[in-house]
Design a protein around this ligand. Structure first.
Ligand code: UDP
Ligand code: MG
Length: 324
């Protein structure tokens, strides 16, 4: 179905594509799309806005249907159910046809007003121009969590990643073609974009509050994104485990020799079940943690080898020809 949609729009040469993942955003959608339209129309070249409705249960899809009737550049894809933000963006990239592609949240937190600046840089020859969050209007815990994640992520992955930059970015057709060629089940777009390499630069912006409504990311979902992003691009956690294991073995071997010597020479031998119980609990916990990390990698392999589709499409609107 994906290739059908792409075939059907191949005769249109869009310069700009804006990909918008949307999940229960009826309160923000109209305003954000109006702002994007205004900005893109000022650029004076053909464009498309590709909205991916990630299984919304509110009025989001009927609103998109209505808007697409008066706005021919608006395209919509409705998922059969909620597949998650990253897969919605991934699908949008797979379907879009522009020369320069922008990824934006649908809640106004990625201000469309800076798009001309990002597109301009990309047109100057940068493969990726990402937006860097200078100020965030989220609570302290979330801000601290994000800061910690980006720094840890940079330490883990074997390629350069920008700090404090989410999915808000513009990239050229080469980067889009690279992502379109993939068949990943748990893609992490900001990681893939960095993995690609090429010429990249960042533009700073102050991240505003969402126009309306609540964040769809709770702590659990954020943690899952952080784990997926790390597992997907880094084998460092496995190496750290091995190093840890070697060090603990060495430490306990030396400790054993010292205790044996103490017993043989001065006749001191240590007793006490408290220290023993604590040690068993400590190493029990450590072993479970290590198994959990290895399990994450196995889970990822499991998802990939089953090779189910990453997402399912229920309906599409606004494409120049009906998909076959
Ligand atoms: N989103 C999505 N599917 C989801 C959760 C979120 O498509 O399961 C969309 C959401 O509508 C928004 C973007 O992804 O356009 C970012 O979500 P949100 O604003 O809730 O995340 P936050 O900015 O708080 O990290
Ligand atoms: Mg948001």
């Amino acid at each position: 179905m994906q290739s059908d949609i792409k075939d059907s729009v191949n005769n249109i040469k869009n310069i700009y594509s804006v990909v918008l993942p949307v999940y229960n955003e009826e309160q923000c959608l109209q305003e954000v799309i109006n702002r994007i339209m205004k900005v893109l129309k000022q650029l004076g070249e053909p464009f498309e806005i590709v909205c991916i409705d990630d299984g919304s249960s509110d009025n989001t899809w009927p609103m998109l249907l209505q808007m697409s009737r008066v706005e021919p550049s608006l395209r919509g894809i409705k998922f059969l159910r909620n597949f998650g933000h990253q897969l919605a963006v991934y699908a949008g990239i797979k379907y879009c046809t522009g020369e320069y592609i922008a990824i934006l949240d649908a809640d106004g937190q990625d201000p469309p007003e800076i798009l001309p600046q990002l597109f301009q840089k990309c047109r100057e020859g940068y493969d990726v121009v990402y937006a860097v969050r200078k100020k965030r209007k989220e609570n302290l815990l979330k801000r601290a969590g994000y800061k910690l994640f980006y720094r840890l992520y940079r330490f883990l992955v074997p390629f350069d990643v920008p700090l404090d930059s989410g999915d808000f970015a513009v990239f050229n057709k080469n980067v889009a073609s690279f992502i379109q060629s993939l068949n990943e089940k748990t893609p992490v777009i900001r990681g893939l974009r960095s993995w690609y390499g090429g010429r990249q630069c960042g533009i700073e912006y102050a991240r505003p509050k969402r126009v309306s409504g609540k964040s769809k990311y709770n702590l659990g979902k954020l943690l899952l994104l952080a784990i997926n992003a790390s597992i997907s691009f880094s084998k460092k956690p496995l190496r750290i485990i091995s190093l840890f294991g070697i060090n603990i073995s060495l430490f306990s071997f030396c400790g054993g020799i010292i205790l044996l010597m103490m017993k043989l020479t001065v006749g001191i031998h240590l007793t006490g079940w408290t220290s023993l119980a604590l040690l068993i609990m400590f190493f029990g916990g450590l072993i479970l943690l290590v198994l959990g990390i290895i399990g994450e990698y196995i889970g990822d392999i499991y998802d990939e080898v089953k090779n189910r589709p990453a997402f399912l499409v229920k309906e599409t609107i606004g494409w120049p020809h009906e998909p076959r």
